[in-house]
Write a protein that binds this ligand. Structure first.
Ligand SMILES: [Zn+2]
Length: 331
C-alpha cells in the first residue's frame, strides 16, 4: 500500500499530467482546491480548471479488498461559474486518476464523505489508458492515464453523461487501445458521444505513437543528439497523407528545432539514413537574406541519423522515400 501523498505532491502529479498532455499550466491558486489555467503554446484561449483531488486509499474494514475509496476531507466541493470543476482521485501505484461527476457530489458534507472506486477500473486505465464504469448511484466514474487529463476536462459533461444503457459505448471507452474508427462509427449512435470517443481515440493514438518513438530513440534527437526533454516524435510520412501510419518505423525522434526544419524541408535523410540539408532551400534563404546562424546549424548535425537501439525500430525505407515524394523534397 502506498502512503497517501500530501497535497503539494498531488499538485505536482497534476502539473506533470498537463505537461504529458502537451499543454502548459499557470497556477492561479496553489491551495486546495487548486485553480489551474491550462493553455497550449501560442494558441488562443485557455481553460480555468478547479481541481479537487484526493488519494485513492484502501477501502478499510468491512470493505471488499478490490475496492479503494476517495475521502472528500477538508472541503465541500462546489461549482463556480467560469471554471471547469474536476473531482479526482489519484492512485499512486497504478499512476492513474479517477474522475467523478461533480453534479453528484457537490455540497456533499456528511461526517465522513467518501466515494468508492473499483480496483479493476483503475487497473484497466493503467493498462488501456482509459476506463469507465457505472457506480451504484448511476454515476459514471472515469479512470484515465495522466496524459488524458486535458481531454477529460474538455469533455467532462459528455463523459459523465454516458448512462448504463450505453453499455456498448462504455465498453469502447474501456478498450481505447484496440478499437478502430469504424467500430466507433458502428457502435456509438449518439453523435456527440461518438465525437468524444473518436477524439479520445485520436489522442490515444498520438500519445501511443509519441511514447513508442521516444522510447525507441531514448528521447534523443536523431539529427543532433539533444535530449533535455526538447524532443518530439515526428512522422516520416506526414499524418495528412493517405499512406501515413502510426507504426514506430514511420517515426523519428527530433528536437523541436530539427522537427521544424524537417517539416519545412530544410532537412531530410535518405534511405541509408544520411542527413541532408536542402541546397535548394538554402539558396532560397540566401536570396531572402535569411541565412544567419547557418554555419552553426550545419555543424550541429550528425552525418547520419542516430538510430534506435533495436533494429526493428529503424525508419522504414519505403516511408522515407514516400515522404520525399509527398513532401516534394528538393535536394
Ligand atoms: Zn536536434
Amino acid at each position: 500500500m502506498n502512503e497517501p501523498l500530501p497535497k503539494p505532491e498531488l499538485l505536482d502529479r497534476l502539473l506533470a499530467a498537463v505537461e504529458a498532455a502537451g499543454w502548459q499550466t499557470l497556477i492561479v491558486e496553489r491551495s486546495h482546491p487548486f485553480l489551474l489555467r491550462l493553455f497550449k503554446r501560442e494558441e488562443q484561449g485557455f481553460l480555468n480548471v478547479r481541481i479537487y483531488v484526493w488519494n485513492c486509499t484502501s477501502g478499510g474494514r468491512n470493505r471488499p479488498a478490490d475496492e479503494y475509496r476517495v475521502q472528500l476531507t477538508g472541503v465541500v466541493p462546489k461549482v463556480a461559474t467560469g471554471e471547469t470543476t474536476l473531482l479526482l482521485g489519484w492512485h499512486e501505484g497504478y499512476g492513474v486518476f479517477v474522475g467523478f461527476d461533480i453534479r453528484k457530489h457537490k455540497g456533499q458534507a456528511s461526517a465522513s464523505p467518501s466515494i468508492q472506486v473499483k480496483e479493476a477500473s483503475l487497473l484497466n486505465a493503467h493498462n488501456h489508458a482509459f476506463s469507465a464504469y457505472e457506480r451504484a448511484n448511476g454515476e459514471i466514474a472515469v479512470c484515465f492515464c495522466p496524459e488524458f487529463i486535458v481531454e477529460y476536462a474538455l469533455n467532462l459533461a459528455k463523459l459523465h453523461g454516458f448512462t448504463a444503457e450505453d453499455q456498448a459505448e462504455v465498453e469502447i471507452l474501456n478498450s481505447m487501445d484496440e478499437v478502430d474508427e469504424k467500430e466507433i462509427m458502428a457502435k456509438v449512435r449518439d453523435r456527440e458521444r461518438r465525437e468524444v470517443i473518436a477524439s479520445i481515440r485520436r489522442r490515444y493514438r498520438e500519445h501511443d505513437f509519441r511514447r513508442r518513438v521516444l522510447a525507441a530513440y531514448s528521447a534523443t534527437c536523431a539529427f543532433c543528439g539533444l535530449q533535455l526533454k526538447l524532443v518530439e516524435a515526428a512522422h516520416i510520412v506526414p499524418v495528412a497523407a493517405e499512406s501515413s501510419t502510426d507504426e514506430t518505423v514511420n517515426g523519428v525522434a527530433l528536437c523541436s528545432l530539427h522537427h521544424k526544419a524537417y517539416d519545412q524541408n530544410l532537412l531530410s535523410f535518405d534511405d541509408v539514413f544520411r542527413i541532408e540539408i536542402s541546397a535548394a532551400a538554402v539558396s532560397e534563404l540566401r536570396r531572402l537574406n535569411l541565412v544567419g546562424g547557418l554555419a552553426s546549424f550545419q555543424r550541429s548535425l550528425k552525418s547520419a541519423i542516430i538510430l534506435p537501439a533495436d533494429k526493428r525500430d529503424y525508419p522504414a525505407k519505403p516511408y522515407i522515400m514516400e515522404r520525399r515524394r509527398v513532401c516534394r523534397w528538393r535536394p
